[in-house]
Design a protein around this ligand. Structure first.
Ligand SMILES: Cc1ncc(COP(=O)(O)O)c(C=O)c1O
Length: 465
């Protein structure tokens, strides 16, 4: 038995699910064969190939918490574009704002009235006084790191093991079994000498953090407030206080990336827990699916930035700043962000999403207890994740070792074949304002059935032998 399950039984049940998948999704299969002729990995983005099953389902429509595929199946979508659609698909208010702005100029390289509203709202909601817009959270992180290097004159970026902040080059590292930092498995180093760009420590290890910062060469600490990309790793009691105190002691800007933890509430995890960063990054869900992200900084950081990159003066030669993007801050993004902040990222919607997330968490906990599995389930706000270890991991390395490709593939495919989508890559379920209690109960019932099926077959086999 591994992680409470007989892996041979899981493998055999998985084969049955793969056959069912092929039978149920013939049209998606045909499209995929065609797409393979044009797209490098059979879809516009290689991640799309990594859903459970033999190929990605082709989506015909998406509304609220529901997807419909080209074979006519509907799904309760708990993946929600891996947070990009955390407030539901095709939100009417956002769709209307996007449609309206598209008729009045989408990208102008000039501000619109919405920019004023959004700027004020970012300050009100997240507390930092100055903001910029980018087209992705990856970009926001990359740009903030560049600025941190400029203002500190230092080279290294400190990240936590098993982090994910987008394809930021410096962060593509991990510890090997001897605790040495190496390029992340499968990711080419891209000419980056990580020894000169990166310091890596485990999350929650304040002693290692202190030793790393004491070297005096760290330009920024980049972290999620609660790790979400390797399963969920909670901050230990006192970790955030220690992190803030150490970054202040060594004068190292602290960047908090709330791209996923915005699931916690309208102000993200920081808003819920009173964290104060020097820089704040947020992307994915803030513009209803229009590519957009924001980063904000404190007054002190802004003043340091203005010293190296002053405000433009009329008549001055045009300068490169090394960050931005032609489409960043465009009118369509601003209209979509305004509608998202005003109409969907509301207290009321969060309350609904969090109540349902708790219902899902409780259900999964009951299933774990009933089947006596050495698993656990975690929730932060509207985000729930189950992991194949019996306690919450203390750091990314621990969480990484609890992953199991085959068990994940089987669970995800069993659910998908019966109309429920979990986030590919891990066992994560997100609620949106349109998610219902019935949706949650369906997930919980199917998870129970799926595990009962493997365990019953294991028991039968045990009884027969
Ligand atoms: C915490 C965090 N930051 C940044 C990113 C990058 O977001 P994007 O791929 O939209 O640039 C991700 C993506 O999953 C993320 O989880």
């Amino acid at each position: 038995m591994t992680l409470g399950l007989d892996l041979e039984r899981v493998a055999s049940c998985y084969q049955t699910e793969l056959r069912q998948f092929a039978e149920r999704h013939p049209r998606s299969g045909e499209h995929y064969q065609e797409n393979l002729k044009h797209w490098l990995y059979g879809a516009p983005l290689h991640w799309m190939q990594q859903w459970p099953g033999l190929y990605p389902i082709l989506v015909a429509d998406a509304q609220g918490a529901t997807l419909t595929d080209c074979d006519g199946h509907t799904y309760v979508d708990f993946a929600l574009g891996d947070t990009g659609a955390m407030f539901g698909h095709s939100q009417p208010a956002v769709a209307k704002a996007i449609g309206h702005q598209a008729l009045h100029g989408s990208t102008l390289m000039l501000p619109t009235a919405d920019s004023l509203w959004v700027g004020q709202e970012l300050v009100r909601r997240f507390g930092l006084p100055y903001w910029q817009v980018t087209t992705s959270a990856t970009d926001a992180n990359r740009f903030v790191l560049r600025l941190c290097r400029m203002i500190t004159g230092r080279e290294k970026v400190l990240v936590f093991n098993c982090n994910y902040h987008g394809s930021v080059d410096e962060s593509q590292v991990e510890f090997d079994s001897a605790g040495q930092m190496i390029p992340r498995e499968g990711v080419h180093a891209n000419g980056i000498k990580h020894a000169t760009t990166t310091r890596l420590v485990e999350f929650n290890d304040l002693a290692a953090l202190e030793a790393a910062l004491a070297q005096g060469d760290v330009a920024a600490v980049l972290t999620e407030p609660f790790m979400t990309n390797v399963g969920m790793v909670p901050p230990a009691p006192g970790f955030h206080e220690g992190l803030r105190a150490l970054t202040q002691r060594f004068d190292v800007p602290l960047i908090i990336d709330e791209t996923h933890t915005i699931s916690c509430g309208p102000g993200g995890y920081s808003g819920e827990h009173g964290l104060q960063a020097d820089f704040f990054v947020l992307g994915k869900c803030i513009a209803g699916g229009i590519p957009a992200a924001v980063w904000g900084c404190s007054q002190a950081m802004a003043e340091r930035i203005w010293q190296v990159l002053p405000h433009f003066q009329p008549g001055q030669a045009i300068n490169h700043f090394g960050f931005g993007g032609t489409l960043a801050g465009n009118a369509l993004q601003m209209a979509a962000m305004r509608a998202t902040f005003s109409d969907v990222m509301t207290e009321a919607n969060y309350a609904h999403m969090i109540t349902l997330a708790e219902r899902l968490r409780e259900g999964v906990q009951r299933i774990i207890d009933t089947h006596r599995l050495p698993w656990h389930v975690t929730r932060i706000g509207a985000r729930v994740e189950y992991l194949f270890m019996d306690h919450a991991p203390r750091n990314g390395g621990e969480a990484h070792h609890a992953r199991h490709g085959l068990i994940e593939a089987y669970l995800h495919l069993y659910l998908l074949n019966r109309g429920v989508l979990l986030t590919p890559f891990h066992n994560m379920a997100l609620m949106c304002p349109a998610t219902t209690a019935q949706d949650v109960d369906l997930h919980n019932r199917l998870l129970d059935q799926c595990l009962s099926q493997v365990l019953a077959q294991t028991n039968l086999q045990g009884a027969a032998s």
